[in-house]
Ligand binder design. Structure first.
Ligand SMILES: Cc1ncc(COP(=O)(O)O)c(C=O)c1O
Length: 338
């Protein structure tokens, strides 16, 4: 049984599904955790998450396959990244195996909300952790809440992938040795204003340069950047202030092993963007959002086309989405059955 929703036309908005997982950390240990129907938290006003941003999160999806089973895509990578985010903010760590087990519990409990195969929609999962308890001094909390909720979301592109335009922002989302590589709320709070300014100028989102020299491309909104050079090299930036995107590392692997391209993770100087015949933003939400044009101060640079998607981008997209929905053979360990 699935819920009666307009599966093809879902967006990315909060939908209260039936169950979420919640576990509490106190006196140095996590409790067993439980599924609950209550979507409200009751926490102390002294919680470090409220005052000092001691919180982090993850984003991942569950996919219905043609035969009806449910796939998770590389969930251990999310568990590992969350562990790193927690370590960066001096938070308790939720064990990786238990993280994946809890994700499965939430998917199973909300199975009726997993969109049917063929709709392009999927079940988005949002694990998060917050520092709680009666604190007020600037120090790490003694108590934490780890929770995972789920909601069905639509395919990012209704009616096919389309390129859109982006603008290089004058703001930074993270500091050179700050928290850019961790998935923590503060980075996203810092990106709200640049994102709004970009959108008010009719761009899809802001592109961030490296915060140290402002000469290299780092992130595209809440996604990583990749480009395909004129001689078919898949290039993506490497920097300690970029969130290590699971989608990006998957595309890098597929580019090398399935498309037989050379790959390079390194500096992407903004002055050299002419080298790319295709470019895109990649992440869990969009998989790939092709970049049509990029506004760099007064120059507008078009990559492949403002209206058409380049052939390499299309192949990468089809390969990855095919793996996620179970239509294309997955590399060892990439798919975890629920
Ligand atoms: C800042 C940022 N960069 C990149 C990504 C893409 O990461 P992933 O492919 O793991 O979803 C995300 C989304 O999670 C993000 O928020």
């Amino acid at each position: 049984m699935t819920k009666d929703l307009d599966w093809e036309n879902l967006g990315f908005s909060y939908i209260k599904t039936d169950y979420r997982f919640i576990s509490r950390y106190k006196d140095g240990e996590w409790d067993e955790g439980e599924l609950t129907t209550d979507n409200r938290l009751h926490i102390s006003e002294g919680s470090t998450a409220l005052h000092y941003g001691q919180q982090c999160f993850e984003g991942m999806k569950a996919y219905r396959t043609e035969e009806g089973s449910i796939n998770l895509f590389r969930p251990y990578e999310n568990a590992i990244r969350m562990k790193k985010s927690c370590e960066r903010l001096l938070m308790a760590v939720y064990p990786e195996d238990k993280f994946v087990e809890a994700v499965k519990k939430v998917v199973r409990a909300n199975e009726e909300w997993v969109p049917p195969y063929g709709t392009g929609s999927s079940l988005y999962l949002r694990p998060y952790m917050i520092g709680v308890g009666d604190n007020i001094g600037i120090k790490s909390a003694d108590e934490y809440i780890f929770s995972i909720f789920a909601m069905p979301v639509g395919s990012y592109f209704k009616g096919g992938m389309k390129p859109s335009n982006f603008v290089v922002s004058g703001y930074d989302r993270a500091a050179p040795k700050g928290t850019g590589a961790a998935k923590v709320g503060g980075n996203y709070a810092a990106s709200l204003l640049p994102g709004k300014e970009a959108k008010s100028r009719s761009f899809s989102d802001a592109v961030y340069l490296d915060p140290e020299t402002h000469t290299k491309i780092e992130e595209v909104g809440a996604a990583n950047f990749f480009g395909i050079t004129k001689d078919d090299v898949f290039v993506t930036p490497k920097s300690p202030s970029i969130l290590p995107s699971i989608t990006k590392y998957s595309l890098l692997w597929l580019a090398e092993n399935r498309l037989n391209l050379d790959t390079l993770e390194g500096d992407v100087f903004i002055r050299d963007i002419d080298q790319f015949k295709e470019a895109g933003a990649c992440g869990t939400a969009a998989v790939i959002a092709p970049i049509g044009g990029l506004q760099v101060e007064d120059d507008f640079h078009v990559f492949y086309s403002e209206t058409e998607v380049g052939p390499v981008t299309k192949r990468l997209y089809n390969e990855l989405v095919g793996i996620q929905f179970g239509d294309v053979a997955a590399p060892e360990g990439w798919i975890e059955k629920v």
